[in-house]
Design a protein around this ligand. Structure first.
Ligand code: DER
Length: 256
């Protein structure tokens, strides 16, 4: 109950702080926390929301927007060069620099595309998601969206990189075989040791050699995104100024 209340409070606060009435294009993420974001937006009432259009990050997100009676559209139809005013989304883990692990809901590819299309990305997460380094609280591994035929070779590469126990995410009961994303891909969850931040190198903490499995956030992201068959990775970048390997915007704030 405490967790749900924390999600709801974070969502309502985030919408209050970051959804200005003048905004017209809003990205909506996926997962259970973003449900409260949509509740908070719907609670503004049609007088405010009728001039706003909402852009989904997958099937669940699309359903949330429609069920709330909000205007639905797709960023693929936006005129070239148009940005969203803001995008709201959840996360599986948030580190001290507001870097994120995302993809617990297997929606990371479209989430990153929508996040990157927004002027401002607001991450909404309950207190469980906050940790000093990624991989401390979220133990399931970094979600990686892959083309199924490349999955075995990506698993081999992950082993070489020091990830132990990386695996293709199995389907839920009632679905034999692997989870298939909204994009027809598979998800590999790749556990690594907690990801180091720039401030760690000042403390003499370094990623040893590649097979040690100890990586900095940006070095790991740069390697993962280049593996043949990887479509997108569940690492989003925070305010530490890390170069973004694949374009996600910096979260403006994370609410807990
Ligand atoms: O898949 C995702 O990245 C989602 O945002 C998800 O990980 C957050 O899920 P939650 O809000 O249900 O914790």
């Amino acid at each position: 109950r405490l967790v749900e209340e924390s999600k709801r409070l974070a969502a309502f606060q985030a919408v209050k702080d970051h959804l200005l009435p003048s905004y017209t294009k809003i990205g909506i993420g996926s997962g259970s926390t973003v449900v409260y974001v949509v509740d908070a937006i719907a609670a503004l009432g049609p007088a405010i929301t009728k001039s706003m259009t909402f852009y989904p990050t997958g099937a669940q997100s699309e359903e949330l927007i429609e069920a709330a009676g909000l205007n639905l559209a797709y960023i693929s139809k936006l005129p070239s060069g148009t940005q969203l005013d803001v995008a709201f989304d959840g996360a599986d883990e948030v580190d001290d620099d507001l870097n994120l692990i995302k993809g617990g809901g297997a929606c990371l590819w479209q989430e990153k595309i929508v996040a990157a299309a927004a002027k401002k990305f607001v991450c909404v997460a309950d207190f469980r998601k906050l940790s000093p380094r990624l991989g401390t609280a979220w133990k399931k591994g970094i979600p990686i969206e892959v083309l199924p035929m490349a999955a075995p070779r990506v698993l081999d590469a992950l082993k070489q990189m020091g990830s132990h126990g990386a695996r293709i995410r199995p389907g839920l009961p009632g679905k034999a075989g692997a989870i298939v994303t909204d994009n027809g891909m598979w998800i590999i969850d790749a556990p690594f040791a907690p990801l180091l931040l720039p401030k760690d190198s000042e403390k003499g903490l370094h990623a040893e050699n590649e097979s040690s499995g100890v990586w900095t956030v940006d070095a790991l992201a740069d390697r993962l995104i280049k593996l043949p068959g990887v479509a997108e990775i569940g690492l989003f970048y925070g305010q530490s100024g890390l170069e973004v390997a694949s374009g996600a915007q910096k979260p403006v704030a994370a609410y807990f």
